[in-house]
Design a protein around this ligand. Structure first.
Ligand code: SF4
Ligand code: SF4
Ligand code: F3S
Length: 425
């Protein structure tokens, strides 16, 4: 459905949406999507939702989000584009067709954004100064170059660092959106010629919410903004400052190709049988085992597809320093536990050939044991990446613990084999 909006003309968001032609039903559908994103990592939610008319504290429903988001009164937003490629703002604004989400975004009153604002020159500078003087939400795309007095990114005669510091002063919430703003991204990768850093390396006196990805999923960007508008506290974040509701899960654990990883069924070249059958992309360099992101669940462009769904390995774009830690992109990650566990179990199964019924039961039992151990190893082991020398000692310790665990598993399998084959006889 086509909607139109002429910006903020009514007191509340709900009234502006109604004027733009968005029905309560469509708005509820959009809010249901937000509720689903929040619920995907509900253990990671921060403060309780604001007053719940339905009287169910802590329960986030589409109705509750619609009520709270609908009552929001013109939140002012400064949206900076620093050292970046505009991919992030494109991701937020063009998730696929005209959606309620876009209407909500348009109604955010983004008073300043270099990529989409009509004003230029002095008019643009004034819009920034005026909005900076009031409480506002600050969204940042792009890294901040710190070398050579920040000469590599200058806006209106001010360095990106100065522009950021000025905009952060009265900000009620700060979102670093995209790998560039989170940690510097490709500009910050070795040898980092501009001294690029992320927002939280400059702004230390306020929390910075890191919406990671290159770019992040549009729905995750708007969900994080909606979260701020509908809750009394920012979302809980992980060690990298990423909202847990979106980044609390590893791609490998949610991936629809995971069964093929466990079964030892891998794509070996991009046009082989495995590729056509949508088998696991681990050997094509997939970084899913070391990457936290909601990509398999939320997907891209209105749930159309996502990198692995389209047959390409994940390059780990939501992880810090992925250009240095995860390249070469098409090389397989070292030390990923649990590789092809069923393939190995199948070999054990062949050892008791002729005992078909017992073999099936044995296979399932062995697989369960091995998968349990692999999961435990994954949970305990640091996430794999190339060349993390500093952690080499820890890796060695974990590896020897893992092989002790493997020895125990072998003994358990032997005992189970003996028990099963005994019973079959
Ligand atoms: Fe572009 Fe990626 Fe940086 Fe976003 S994070 S601005 S998509 S390079
Ligand atoms: Fe999915 Fe990649 Fe894990 Fe394979 S290695 S299961 S393709 S995330
Ligand atoms: Fe990025 Fe991997 Fe998702 S490359 S878009 S985190 S599947």
């Amino acid at each position: 459905m086509e909607y139109s909006t002429d910006g903020w003309q009514e007191p509340t968001l709900a009234q502006n949406l109604a004027r733009a032609g968005v029905s309560r039903k469509d708005f509820l559908k959009y809010c249901g999507g937000l509720a689903a994103i929040f619920a995907a990592g509900s253990t990671g939610l921060g403060g309780a939702p604001k007053a719940n008319a339905a009287g169910a504290p802590g329960v986030i429903t589409a109705d509750l989000i619609a009520d709270q988001l609908g009552s929001v009164k013109k939140p002012n937003v400064v949206w900076l584009q620093l050292q970046e490629c505009t991919g992030c703002v494109e991701s937020a604004l063009r998730s696929g067709g005209t959606t309620v989400e876009e209407v909500v975004l348009n109604l955010l009153s983004v008073n300043y954004n270099e990529a989409i604002m009509a004003a230029s020159g002095d008019g643009a500078n004034k819009a920034l100064e005026d909005t900076n003087a009031e409480p506002h939400i600050l969204v940042v795309n792009g890294s901040i170059p710190t070398k050579d007095n920040g000469i590599y990114c200058v806006i209106g005669g001010h360095s990106a660092e100065q522009v950021l510091r000025d905009a952060a002063k009265n900000a009620t919430a700060i979102l670093a959106v995209g790998a560039c703003a989170v940690w510097g991204s490709v500009q910050a990768s070795n040898p980092n010629p501009t001294g690029a850093v992320g927002v939280d390396q400059i702004i230390k006196d306020k929390p910075v919410i890191n919406v990671a990805g290159c770019p992040p999923i549009g729905e995750v960007i708007t969900a994080t903004i909606a979260y701020l508008l509908t809750h009394d506290a920012p979302p809980k974040v992980d060690g990298e400052g990423r909202p847990l509701f979106a980044y609390g899960q590893r791609i490998h654990d949610q991936c629809p190709r995971r069964a093929h990883f466990d079964a030892g069924q891998y794509v070996r070249t991009f046009d082989d049988k495995g590729a056509r059958e949508a088998w696991c992309l681990y050997h094509m360099g997939c970084k899913g085992p070391s990457t936290f992101s909601p990509c398999p669940i939320v997907q891209w462009n209105m749930h159309t597809s996502w990198p692995i769904g389209a047959g390409h390995p994940c390059i780990g774009c939501t992880e810090k320093n992925f250009f240095d830690r995860f390249t070469p992109f098409y090389h397989e990650l070292p030390n990923v536990p649990g590789l092809g566990v069923e393939a190995t179990a199948a070999k054990v199964g062949l050892g008791v050939a002729g005992l078909a019924v017992a073999g099936v039961a044995l296979h399932a039992g062995v697989t369960a044991i091995r998968q349990g151990v692999a999961k435990k190893q994954e949970d305990e082991m640091q996430l794999a990446a190339f060349g993390d020398e500093a952690d080499a000692e820890r890796t060695e310790t974990l590896k020897s613990e893992a092989s002790a665990e493997a020895a125990k598993t072998k003994a358990a399998i032997k005992a189970e084999t003996a028990a099963k084959t005994g019973k079959a006889k």
